[in-house]
Ligand binder design. Structure first.
Ligand SMILES: Cc1cc2nc3c(=O)[nH]c(=O)nc-3n(C[C@H](O)[C@H](O)[C@H](O)COP(=O)(O)OP(=O)(O)OC[C@H]3O[C@@H](n4cnc5c(N)ncnc54)[C@H](O)[C@@H]3O)c2cc1C
Length: 352
């Protein structure tokens, strides 16, 4: 997501850009190469955040969604709104992180939440911010496709391959050796492996999808993307239409962070199909939050999130001709265009 964004920004500014990376594997259970954290149709997007960096980067990105859709002809944004709910300290942190951003939002007390979203069981003592505009969810697959198509129209080249090695000013793949003035490594959970270091933490995540029928779709038609204070960082997306023609309610949230120590562990995790016990846990959680939820079927999938120790994306020059842009810290989809702009600025010697 970050690499494709950087490619668009650099190509648009007139630079000679080659975007190197594999496509989505057809069969996850037998694939031996790299996967990605964006093989899905739903990622929450919002400006309200407890972390100032993400609030600001998301605001900048969301302002450019229309530009990316227009430059590519590929839509990816569903403006269904977002709700963030929590206790007084949590909401105060959101207020402080978003100060000066002029987010269009409505503060809802306990009664306001109940009146507006009667199908949600929000814990006692919680209030919330509802962001009806410039928020909702994006298709991360389509955002990547849109960035790549826009980059192509601005003159970038795409090489559908995996890099096997990088160094200052050069990239090696199975079949070629490429030289460039600047190399940006934006390989998500595979970044450390490619750079031959151990700096970032990659955690296993399981997401659960619940298929809903027309009656539940009608009952939940006003559900925005939901982020709620909880020890497991629970989040729920509103019903999203997937390529199989069905409406799926997706949620995630992890009571533990299970570290994947190296590339082999990450690949094995994707090939495993995810954790069925964690999916059962998520089904129990969605039933707590949406009491009486009726769903027709369920499946789950693995994914990974990549974290830096200071919880801010790692976007910096490592050496002359070599730059890193990684660590979405579980929130890098919505703001990926701004992360790409920042790394493009570093590559061209500007102040990010
Ligand atoms: C379950 C889940 C839910 C999430 N929900 C949200 C959300 O609601 N909102 C939000 O904003 N964010 C969310 N995120 C986080 C977001 O998806 C990530 O932060 C984002 O995808 C990170 O972008 P990236 O470009 O760093 O990595 P990726 O999207 O993983 O892209 C890395 C790319 O590098 C490529 N690559 C790997 N190895 C090589 C190699 N050797 N050579 C060439 N290319 C290589 C991969 O193929 C991939 O295309 C979620 C993540 C997960 C797992």
């Amino acid at each position: 997501m970050i690499g494709s964004a950087a490619a668009r920004h650099l190509a648009k500014a007139g630079h000679d850009v080659t975007l190197i990376g594999p496509g989505e594997p057809a069969d996850w259970s037998t694939h031996t190469g790299a996967f990605a954290s964006h093989y899905d149709e739903g990622r929450i997007t919002r400006m309200n955040d407890r972390r100032s960096f993400f609030a600001r980067a998301s605001a900048a990105s969301i302002r450019r969604y229309g530009e990316i859709e227009a430059e590519s002809g590929i839509p990816f944004f569903n403006e269904c709104g977002a709700l963030i709910a929590g206790g007084p300290d949590y909401i105060a942190a959101v207020e402080s992180a978003t100060e000066g951003l002029s987010v269009k939002r409505e503060h809802l007390g306990a009664q306001g939440l109940q009146d507006r979203f009667p199908y949600l069981a929000i814990p006692d003592g919680f209030t919330g911010y509802h962001e009806p505009k410039n928020a909702g969810h994006i298709s991360p697959r389509n955002l990547v496709a849109a960035q790549q198509e826009a980059a192509r129209r601005h003159g970038a080249t795409r090489l559908e391959r995996e890099a096997t090695g990088v160094a200052t000013g050069r990239v090696v793949t199975d079949t070629e050796f490429l030289a460039a003035e600047e190399i940006i490594v934006a390989a998500g959970g595979w970044t450390d492996d490619l750079l031959g270091r151990k700096t970032l933490d990659v955690y296993a995540r399981t997401v659960a999808f619940h298929e809903i029928g027309p009656n539940e779709a009608e009952r939940l038609k006003t559900l925005p993307s939901l982020v709620m204070e909880s020890p497991d960082d629970i989040y729920i997306l509103p019903p999203v239409l997937y390529p199989d023609g069905k409406l799926w309610l997706k949620l995630g949230g992890d009571p533990t962070d299970d570290l994947l120590p190296d590339k082999e562990a990450i690949t094995d995790w994707y090939r495993s199909g995810g954790n069925a016990d964690r999916a059962d846990y998520l089904t129990a959680r969605i039933r707590e939050i949406i009491p009486g939820l009726a769903f027709e079927s369920r499946f789950h999938k693995p994914c990974v999130t990549t974290w830096s120790h200071d919880r801010i994306p790692e976007i910096r020059r490592l050496a002359p001709g070599l730059i890193v842009a990684a660590a979405g810290n579980g929130a890098g989809a919505k703001c990926s265009d701004e992360l790409g702009r920042m790394v493009a600025a570093i590559a061209t010697g500007e102040d990010p």
